[in-house]
Ligand binder design. Structure first.
Ligand code: DAH
Length: 349
């Protein structure tokens, strides 16, 4: 920038100052930069203020006045240039900030990961659906159960080991005689349901059951069962076999072979286990049998008028069989199902 006082003609140097300032202001790309230019052009120590200070040295009053005017003129021009440039820069910076903050409403939304039902719930739903397809309804019952329904009504004798405190989780609730416990199976719902409904009865009851067991590959203190009960006129063991074989084929595949092996349960007579041939070996799927007339008597059904069959299965067990859930040695293991590890659970969505 030319120093006005150094030039022979101050008017010329003022003119040059305007030309230079116009370029400099025009080239500013930010408000900060413009502020700096403004200070250099107009602030203390600028050519303008220097020129103003030099006015006193001009002796001729006319010349002093003309020079003073010319300086003011230049100062005003520069001020106007800075003001105009400032509003352009403000507008540009605002537009840039808006562009940076802009929300593109046309972008696809972020889809949050969707929850799914746990494999145990999926398995229960699927099993219940199979029986609903066969004409059954679904019921649920209390997890805290009385000794009467859990044992006595199911014809489980006083001396049965499952009544023992080391096998069953008793609750400190009510009186010991006829006390309350966490149900050890869903079978008590057979009695509760029959008390509430006249025959015919076709019902499945899924739910949690509890036992005094530590967790290992086949045990857990909390697990699920699905109870089934069919009571009608002239129900036979053939109905039991047909129904449960149909279930096995629906659940494990249409060519699944099943066999029935004699067993003992207090609430059914005769009793059996149904085994299925799966992955090259026979595995136990469920317990079943013809309803013991003693159970009908407990609920007020006439054992000479109706017959029925019952069954109980464990969805955890069925899930690990069907999905081949094993430990590293290839043995079925239910523990991965109890583990809230997403890497396991995500495989079954
Ligand atoms: N309640 C039996 C248990 O927990 C399972 C069971 C077996 C249920 C045979 C039944 C049945 O209804 O007929 O081991």
């Amino acid at each position: 920038m030319s120093a006005i006082t150094n030039l022979a003609d101050p008017m010329d140097s003022l003119q040059q100052l305007v030309i230079d300032a116009t370029t400099e202001i025009g080239d500013a790309i930010s408000i900060d930069q413009l502020d700096a230019i403004d200070t250099t052009l107009m602030g203390r120590g600028s050519s303008i203020s220097e020129a103003r200070r030099g006015l006193g040295a001009i002796k001729d009053p006319d010349e002093r006045r003309d020079t003073g005017r010319a300086i003011n003129d230049v100062a005003n021009q520069i001020k106007d240039l800075v003001t105009a440039k400032r509003s352009t820069l403000v507008a540009t910076e605002e537009a840039a900030a808006l562009a940076a903050d802009r929300v593109d409403v046309t972008l696809p939304g972020r889809i949050p990961p969707r929850g799914t039902h746990h494999l145990i719930t999926q398995t229960i739903d699927e099993i219940v659906d199979i029986f609903v397809g066969l004409g059954y309804t679904m019921a649920r019952g209390p997890e805290a159960e009385t000794e009467f329904y859990n044992f006595t009504a199911m014809n489980i004798p006083e001396t049965h080991p499952s009544r023992h405190e080391s096998d069953t989780l008793y609750l400190d609730y009510g009186e010991k005689d006829g006390g309350v416990l966490l149900r050890t199976h869903t079978s008590p719902m057979q009695a509760r349901y029959m008390e509430q409904h006249d025959p015919p009865v076709y019902v499945v009851v899924p739910g949690k059951v509890f036992r005094s067991d530590a967790v290992d590959s086949t045990h857990s203190p909390v697990f699920h069962q699905i109870e089934g009960l069919a009571v009608d006129h002239n129900i036979t063991f053939a109905d039991l076999k047909g129904t449960l074989a149909t279930f096995a084929r629906e659940f494990l595949g249409k060519d699944t072979k099943v066999k029935f092996i004699p067993h003992y349960f207090p609430f059914t007579e005769p009793s059996a286990e149904m085994h299925a041939y799966s992955n090259g070996r026979w595995i136990e799927l469920l317990g079943c049998g013809m309803v013991n007339p003693a159970v009908f008597e407990h609920v007020g059904y006439d054992p000479s008028a109706v017959t029925g069959f019952a069954f109980g299965m464990g969805p955890e067990r069925l899930a690990i069989i069907r999905h081949g859930i094993t430990d590293i040695h290839g043995n079925n293991d239910l523990r991965p199902l109890l583990d809230p590890d997403q890497r396991i659970l995500r495989q079954y969505v």
